[in-house]
Design a protein around this ligand. Structure first.
Ligand code: PEP
Ligand code: MN
Length: 259
């Protein structure tokens, strides 16, 4: 397997202090992208990200030699992120934006991809929709590629399926997973497939289990939520690992891969 692509950092950017720590920890570990996430889709009103107020953090990440990554919900968010990050990127730096699971309006997906296509430093990741539908997932990829996004800058990410009608996942994880399906979509699309152990797992213990299970499959990397003080995180407090726990998880995945 080629070197895995790692996107790591807090669920949400909350403050300069919090992100300064994240940037330092991410730089030490040479992660490919640091989560510097400014827009959070929420089911019920709650903290939904710093939005534009956090735009300077993208520039800060870039000036620290890091590649920032964030979810975009609207085409305007792409413009905001490009304006804030691109002037500050290092020579071979990149900006990654992703379309989250809940953003299932193809007109918006198409317009986001048209905007990311414009600059070769901008990558686009697509997360699967929350409900089980392999055809729909493949459809999102077709929309963004047809909008002109070069496949070399497109990543796919499996985040499992949200249990329906409020039913708890019988296996005790946050989301339902079907690794074979993710592998089929990878094969059919020819695009790199990342895994999200955080949103599939839902608790620190389950993030470890998910990551170790995923090691048996041909994923090309992962997106993982890390926080220096998870108990006080504004969002997804239960599932964020500390950076030392992340080191432990990588070591366990190595062992699982060799087994
Ligand atoms: C996220 O990665 O921040 C996120 C909200 O995940 P998803 O869109 O998969 O629910
Ligand atoms: Mn999250």
């Amino acid at each position: 397997m080629a070197k895995p692509i790692i996107i790591a950092g807090p669920c949400s950017a909350e403050s300069d202090e919090q992100m300064d720590i994240a940037f330092e920890e991410a730089a030490k570990r040479h992660v490919d992208f640091v989560r510097c996430n400014l827009y959070k889709p929420r089911d019920i009103p709650a903290f939904d990200g710093l939005g534009e107020k956090g735009a300077h953090l993208l520039g800060k990440a870039a000036r620290a030699g890091l590649n920032p990554a964030l979810e975009v919900m609207l085409p305007e968010h792409v413009d905001m992120a490009m304006d804030a990050a691109l002037p500050h990127l290092s020579e071979d730096g990149k900006l990654l934006v992703w379309i989250g699971a809940r953003n299932q309006n193809h007109i918006i997906q198409d317009e986001i991809a048209r905007r990311t296509a414009k600059d070769p430093r901008v990558w686009l990741m697509v997360k699967n929709q929350p409900w089980v539908a392999e055809r729909h997932w493949a459809g999102i990829l077709t929309w963004v590629l047809d909008a002109g996004m070069p496949p070399e800058r497109v990543l796919n990410c499996y985040r499992g399926y949200t249990p329906s009608y409020g039913d708890k996942n019988p296996e005790g994880f946050r989301n339902l997973v079907n690794f074979e399906e993710a592998m089929r979509v990878k094969e059919n699309s020819g695009l790199p497939m990342l895994f999200d152990p955080s949103h599939t797992g839902g608790t620190v213990e389950n993030v470890f289990k998910m990551a170790e299970m995923s090691a048996a499959y041909d994923f090309d990397g992962m997106i993982i939520e890390l926080h220096h003080d998870p108990a006080h995180a504004y969002t997804d407090a239960k599932q964020q690992l500390t950076w030392p726990q992340f080191d432990e998880l990588l070591a366990k995945m190595q062992t699982a891969r060799k087994a």
